[in-house]
Design a protein around this ligand. Structure first.
Ligand code: NAP
Length: 529
């Protein structure tokens, strides 16, 4: 692993309109959350945003769309190769700037490379196609001389990503892979606190000369002025807090110009122990392991992390002690020390927010495992380290805050339920979440609950002992599965295989003579389901 050099913190440049440009205003510092050292600085002041968006939309977009889907998939393959060649540098940046252990950095870095590789393979299967078709031609006249065929065309705009701090790598590439495959140029504004990894990856891909000029831009620092440039055919994907999403939603880009707005916001995800999963059964053990894993991977800074763990009231004490016993073994501290299993939060601001969040929940929940007095390895109280905290609420229906407050750190609440209908109703009090998981010993018994949870969640993850070794994890977002959730979770949809292409395409009905409808199939292929 390469180490981070100790010299004056560099000012990270922005890549816009095919050029690298330094911001010319006051810079914001990016910190090491363990040591407090300044690592780099960013500024987006003074950029010519009109030229940036125009170049991406009018020059890079047509150049991308002159390629077939298969040729764009080949670009994704080459991006994978480029990123793989620099993996060690990315791990060093993540350790320094995100405070993550090697395992946690992998979720972000290797997760991104895997997702890009998946889309490269899916896109390659579209071959030389230049147009995606949506079903067969359908006659509109009795003699079939006149009919309609639905087609998908890439939107002639840009894809703007405003991303969250917790996935500077995956958050870029899980969105950029389908956008670029669709033929839509990307402008990414990473969250400032961890912008370095995003900026460095863009720099490596730009240097490799894989994409047409202007097809991949990065703007580090303030988002000021970005939405003002968004037009009718652009797509904005936002990942972050529900509060910021609500502010952005009111922008004229959406209220007047009707640009597409995909939101992945915060979420009160659940894990639900089925009534048959008593403490002496394998499903109970699987549940305990998963709750602990979700609380501690990336220090709980995952949008999909389990925030509420529902158990039958009679198993509450057994679950509390089993989860607490495992949490007691988690070594927290500086990820440079190899004994450390859980690194820091991303910033001191996040640490304050998590400590405040725990205090807020404690007004109605008891503390079952207290991280407040933990000692950290190679990190002092001034670091952004926070130890895991398990809260508890024996009567789930009595709570309010635990169902609507997301504490974005290593914090979860164990919640007792009376019967299955009550548990399902409580899960839905999250008002729409990204994911809910079920843990039981009988797959058949999870049929009804899985469908009930699917009404209010983007993903349902059902686990029984038969999949102990093969299941992909409650919080892991697989590119084959949909990611997003209704209501509170933002109402967005990402990934889900080639379903992800739809966000970047316009579906249109072309009505005309049969000969035209037949001609539309040249260089076309059906959009896979
Ligand atoms: P955030 O404060 O809402 O920031 C998200 C992004 O929005 C950042 O790039 C931020 O830039 C930018 N931003 C903030 N205010 C803005 C404004 N007025 N106009 C334009 N852009 C603005 O969220 P965060 O703290 O980075 O992320 C944590 C949250 O994200 C958690 O709640 C988590 O649940 C959610 N999340 C959801 C998903 C998902 O897929 N559903 C994934 C990851 C995280 P600056 O950094 O420069 O302020």
């Amino acid at each position: 692993m390469t180490s981070i050099p100790h010299h004056a913190p560099p000012l990270l440049e922005n890549h816009v309109a095919g050029h690298w440009v330094a911001g010319n205003g006051p810079a914001t510092e990016l910190k090491d959350p363990v040591t407090g050292d300044t690592l780099a600085r960013v500024s987006s002041a003074g950029l010519d945003l009109d030229a940036t968006f125009a170049f991406a939309r009018d020059t890079a977009g047509p150049a991308l769309r002159a390629l077939s889907y298969g040729a764009r998939a080949d670009c994704l393959f080459r991006i994978v190769t480029t990123l793989q060649a620099h993996r060690d540098d990315y791990y060093a940046i993540a350790q320094a700037n995100s405070g993550t252990t090697t395992n946690d950095s992998a979720v972000d870095i290797d997760g991104a490379i895997y997702t890009l590789g998946f889309y490269a393979k899916q896109g390659a299967a579209l071959g030389d196609a230049m147009t995606l078709l949506d079903g067969p031609a359908v006659p509109l006249a009795k003699d079939a001389s006149f009919g309609v065929r639905h087609v998908f065309r890439p939107t002639p705009g840009v894809a703007l990503f405003i991303n969250a701090f917790n996935f500077p790598s995956w958050g870029l590439w899980e969105k950029a892979a389908p956008a670029l495959l669709a033929g839509v140029p990307v402008i990414v504004k990473p969250a400032t606190a961890t912008a370095w990894l995003t900026q460095r990856m863009v720099a490596d891909v730009v240097a490799a000369g894989i994409l047409p000029a202007g097809a991949l831009s990065v703007i580090c620092g303030s988002a000021d002025g970005l939405l003002d440039r968004i037009g009718a055919f652009d797509v904005v994907s936002f990942t972050g807090s529900a509060e910021t999403a609500a502010t952005l939603k009111r922008h004229p880009a959406f209220t007047e110009r009707s640009a597409r707005f995909n939101v992945e916001a915060d979420s009160l995800n659940s894990a639900l122990l089925m009534p048959d999963a008593s403490p002496d059964t394998p499903a109970f053990e699987q549940f305990v392991r998963e709750v602990v894993r979700e609380m501690t991977v990336k220090s709980g800074q995952k949008c999909t992390a389990i925030r509420r763990a529902f158990v039958p009231a009679e198993y509450f004490d057994a679950a509390a002690s089993a989860i607490s016993a495992k949490l007691a073994q988690v070594v927290v501290g500086d990820p440079r020390n190899e004994t450390v299993k859980m690194g820091a939060l991303v910033s001191m601001a996040q640490k304050r927010s998590v400590i405040d969040g725990i205090a807020h929940l404690r007004a109605e929940a008891e503390v079952l495992f207290d991280g407040a007095d933990a000692v950290f390895v190679d990190a002092g109280p001034d670091s952004a380290c926070v130890a895991p905290t398990l809260l508890g609420l024996r009567e789930g229906a009595a709570g309010q805050r635990v169902h609507d407050t997301e504490v974005f750190g290593p914090v979860a609440t164990l919640i007792g339920y009376r019967d299955l209908p009550q548990a399902l109703a409580l899960a839905k009090r999250g008002q729409g979440s990204l994911v809910a998981s079920l843990f039981g010993n009988d797959a058949g018994a999870m049929h009804g609950p899985a469908l009930a949870l699917a009404e209010a969640h983007g993903r349902v993850h059902a686990i029984d002992p038969s999949v102990a070794k093969t299941q992909t994890g409650h919080g892991n977002v697989m590119p084959m599965s949909l990611h997003g959730g209704p209501g509170r979770a933002g109402g967005g949809e990402e990934l889900g295989g080639l379903r992800a292409l739809r966000l970047y395409h316009q579906r249109a009905a072309v009505q005309g003579p049969a000969a035209l409808l037949e001609a539309l199939t040249q260089n076309g292929t059906q959009m896979p389901q």
